[in-house]
Design a protein around this ligand. Structure first.
Ligand code: PLP
Length: 390
């Protein structure tokens, strides 16, 4: 079955009792045992819940893995993955990292003696340089957010495997519809399903998919032991969102590409970061390993003074954090999503005070371009005024 069909059919083909086309929400926390020593396969919902199980099977299949796990948030999913490691272990992590993942590693995992080095994970020499005896895994975001740095997943997974390291990929921005890291050699995929998979800015969730029996069993043990599992209502809501993933991703990509091209030619824009543009340095790697591009990109305006009025003047596009929903959102990474990353690292990566991030929704591209154009014109007018006042 092609991925579009599998997505549309999530939860629709597996309910044997009534034939319900939308899978039921099982709120039960406990399940009656037929007799001593027997189980229906469900005992207690933290361990396994029927509604959550349908979601977990679907994501495992979509990502071409062996087992899927649903968590209350993306951060809970990452925390549970990090619980694979112990004091003294070292991780190599993508430099332009999601701020919350950086905070979790530095402020929490650090207390338990797990350390991390942040590098451009596409640079094999840099990976080799920061590898130590204690290194256990590489954690990759590709493309990164907000700077859209791309890592060659097949090359880095092969390198990691040859050194006995796990490869963990945060696939939030592309989803299995466009990119399947496990097929390229990774061991674990993690998602903030809050973003594209849910797709409607109305449910928080995290998903993990593992490859291999041992790793899958270890993750099942941690998932149940730590217990930050996704509830049945949210599992259902996430599946409802995922059914339209193919349509949404295609529209996100189409809109983002058009708007990135428009901004690339705009006199008030200095730079556009989007792997779907031929000008992007990793355009060919991106094309090789993914069948499409995400709906989010970043751009630098020519003058930092334009930022505040742009954010004030956008009307259709909301000034809000998060990404991946049907509604367009714009954010200012330096002071919002990346506030927890020290300024030195932020600058090294290039998240400066001229950078804006745009999560392009599924509205009509012409309406989004018109909104951007009026905001840019108004911002230019205001900064000219400010300039002449000295
Ligand atoms: C949002 C996000 C997370 C965290 O997920 P939550 O669902 O907000 O906890 C992790 N990684 C990436 C790339 C994200 O965008």
């Amino acid at each position: 079955m092609r991925i579009e069909s599998r997505l549309a059919q999530i939860g629709s083909v597996s309910e044997p009792v009534t034939g319900a086309v939308s899978y039921p929400i099982y709120n039960a926390t406990a399940f009656r045992h037929p007799r001593l020593g027997q189980s229906t396969g469900f005992d207690y919902s933290r361990t396994k819940n029927p509604t959550r199980a349908v979601l977990e099977e679907a994501i495992a299949e979509l990502e071409a893995g062996d087992a899927g796990f649903a968590f209350s948030t993306g951060m809970a999913a990452l925390q549970t993955i990090f619980s694979l490691f112990r004091s003294g272990d070292h991780l190599i992590v993508s430099l332009d990292l999601y701020g919350g993942t950086y905070r979790l590693l530095e402020r929490i995992m650090g207390k338990f003696g797990v350390t991390a080095s942040y590098v451009d994970t596409n640079d094999l020499e840099a990976l080799e340089r920061c590898r130590t005896e204690s290194t256990r895994a590489v954690l990759i975001e590709t493309p990164t957010n907000p700077l859209m740095m791309v890592t060659d997943l097949a090359a880095v997974s092969a390198w990691a495997r040859s050194r006995g390291l796990l490869t963990i990929v945060d696939n939030t921005l592309l989803t299995p519809f466009f990119q399947r890291p496990l097929e390229l050699g990774a061991d674990i995929v993690v998602h903030s399903a809050t973003k594209y998979l849910g797709g409607h800015n109305d449910v928080l969730a995290g998903l993990v998919v593992t490859k291999g029996k041992e790793l899958s069993e270890e993750m099942a043990f941690l998932h149940n032991s730590i217990g930050s599992v996704l509830g049945p209502n949210d599992s259902w809501l996430l599946m409802r969102g995922m059914k339209t993933l193919a349509l949404r991703m295609e529209r996100h990509q189409e809109n983002a590409t058009r708007i990135a091209q428009y901004l690339e030619g705009h006199p008030l824009v200095a730079e556009v970061f989007y792997p779907g543009l031929e000008s992007h340095p990793a355009y060919s790697i991106q094309r090789k390993q993914a069948s499409g591009n995400t709906g989010i990109f970043s751009f630098k305006v020519t003058d930092a003074r334009l930022v505040e009025p742009i954010l004030r003047h956008i009307r259709l596009i909301a000034f809000a954090e998060s990404l991946g929903g049907v509604e367009s959102l714009m954010t200012y990474p330096a002071v919002q999503t990346h506030a927890d990353i020290p300024e030195a690292i932020r600058r090294q990566v290039g998240v400066d005070d001229r950078l804006l991030r745009f999560s392009v929704g599924i509205e009509h591209a012409d309406d989004l371009i018109a909104d951007l154009e009026q905001a840019l014109v108004a911002a230019e007018e205001e900064t000219k005024g400010a300039g002449s006042r000295g």
